[in-house]
Design a protein around this ligand. Structure first.
Ligand code: ATP
Length: 324
C-alpha cells in the first residue's frame, strides 16, 4: 500500500487532531503517502482531498476539534454516494482508509468495505466512551476533566446559596461520563441510563443528606438517564416534594466536546494512529484499534459497532459509599 486516506466523521472530540497527526506521521515514517479527506464521508464524495506531509500537522497535538472538519453525510448512506466516494479515492490513488469517529462512522466504513473490498481501519473518536473494544475512546478523558472542572465551579455557588443542582452531562445512552465525573466531582447522586435509581430513591437520598447536615447537593444526570425525566422535570419534581430545597439546573452541553486534549488523550491518539497505519501495512482491514488492558488491540469493526463497553458496577457502589 502506497497511499492511505484519513478522515474524521460524526461528532468531533478532543484528541482527533492528535490522531490525524499520528496517522500522517506514521505514514511518513513508513514512506507511505497520506491524503487528508475533509468533512468526513461528505468530503470523500466531493473529492475534497489534500496531501498531508509530516509538517502539515505541526502544532495541532494540543488543539481540540479536528483540522479536517467533521460532517454527517446522508449521501454516503446511499449506494450512489458511496460509488462517487470510491471513484474519487481510486482516481487519487488512495488504497486504504483510516476513519476516526464513532459507531455510525464505523458502520459507514464497514458498508464501504463490504461493497468495494476497500481496506478500512477505525479509530474510536467520541467523548461518550460508548464503543466496544476499547476502555477509552478519544476525547473521553478530556471530557471527564472538563466536566469535573465545571462541577467544581458549580459547587462553589451551590454551597454559597444552599442549593441543589441538577447537572446534565453528555453521553447519550451511556453513563460513563456521568458516573466517573460524578464520583470525581463528589456528586450526591448520579443518574445513568444503565441503572434505574428511581424517583423515590432519589428523594430519599436527598432527604437523608439534608438530615445529615448537608446544605447543598449536586446530582449528575446523564442525558439519557433511565428515570426518563429531563433535568427540568427533575427540578420540578424535587421542588414539589421537597420545598425546602432551592433547586437549579445546569445543562453543560457542547462545551464538553471542546478544549485542549488531556495528556492521556494525546498519548492514546498517538498510539492508536501508529497501530492503525501499521495494521493496514500488515494487510489487516475492517478492525478498530483500541485500548484493552492498557495495550493497543484490534477489534473487528462489526463487534465494535454492535457492542458497548459496560459501566463498572463497582463504581456505583463507590458512589453510594461516597455520598454517606
Ligand atoms: P458520534 O458518536 O459522535 O455520533 P458517529 O460516527 O456515530 O459519531 P453518525 O452521525 O452516527 O456519527 O455517523 C457519521 C456518518 O457515518 C453518517 O453521517 C454517515 O455518513 C455514515 N454512516 C452512518 N451509518 C451508515 C450506514 N449504515 N451506511 C453508510 N454510512 C453510514
Amino acid at each position: 500500500i502506497k497511499k492511505i486516506g484519513v478522515l474524521t466523521s460524526g461528532g468531533d472530540s478532543p484528541g482527533m487532531n492528535a490522531a490525524i497527526r499520528s496517522v500522517v506521521r506514521t505514514c511518513a515514517y513508513h514512506n507511505v503517502e497520506c491524503i487528508g479527506i475533509y468533512r468526513g464521508y461528505q468530503g470523500m464524495i466531493e473529492g475534497d482531498f489534500k496531501e498531508m506531509g509530516p509538517r502539515s500537522v505541526n502544532n495541532i497535538v494540543n488543539k481540540g476539534g479536528t483540522i479536517l472538519k467533521s460532517a454527517r453525510s446522508k449521501e454516503f448512506m446511499t449506494v450512489e454516494g458511496r460509488k462517487k466516494a470510491y471513484e474519487n479515492l481510486k482516481n487519487a490513488g488512495v488504497e486504504a482508509l483510516v476513519v476516526i469517529g464513532g459507531d455510525g462512522s464505523f458502520t459507514g466504513a464497514e458498508v464501504f468495505n463490504k461493497e468495494y473490498g476497500f481496506p478500512v481501519m477505525g479509530i474510536p473518536g467520541t467523548i461518550d466512551n460508548d464503543i466496544f473494544g476499547t476502555s477509552h475512546t478519544l476525547g473521553y478523558d478530556t471530557a471527564l476533566n472538563t466536566v469535573v472542572e465545571v462541577i467544581d465551579k458549580i459547587r462553589d455557588t451551590a454551597i454559597s446559596h444552599n442549593r441543589l443542582f441538577f447537572v446534565e452531562v453528555m453521553g447519550r445512552d451511556a453513563g460513563h461520563i456521568a458516573l466517573n465525573s460524578g464520583i470525581g466531582a463528589g456528586a450526591e447522586e448520579i443518574l445513568i441510563p444503565e441503572e434505574d435509581l428511581g424517583l423515590d430513591r432519589l428523594l430519599e437520598s436527598l432527604k437523608r443528606s439534608k438530615e445529615s447536615g448537608k446544605s447543598s447537593s449536586i446530582v449528575v444526570v446523564a442525558e439519557g438517564d433511565k428515570i426518563g425525566k429531563t433535568v427540568f422535570e427533575l427540578k420540578d419534581y424535587v421542588e414539589e416534594n421537597m420545598p425546602e430545597y432551592d433547586v437549579r439546573v445546569s445543562v453543560l452541553g457542547h462545551m464538553q466536546r471542546g478544549g485542549s486534549p488531556s495528556c492521556f488523550d494525546r498519548v492514546l491518539a498517538s498510539r492508536l494512529g501508529v497501530k492503525a497505519v501499521e495494521s493496514i501495512l500488515e494487510g489487516k482491514s475492517n478492525f478498530m484499534v483500541g485500548l484493552l488492558n492498557d495495550k493497543v488491540a484490534l477489534t473487528p469493526l462489526e463487534q465494535a459497532i454492535k457492542g458497548h463497553t459496560e459501566i463498572d458496577k463497582e463504581l456505583l457502589r463507590v458512589s453510594d459509599i461516597m455520598s454517606t
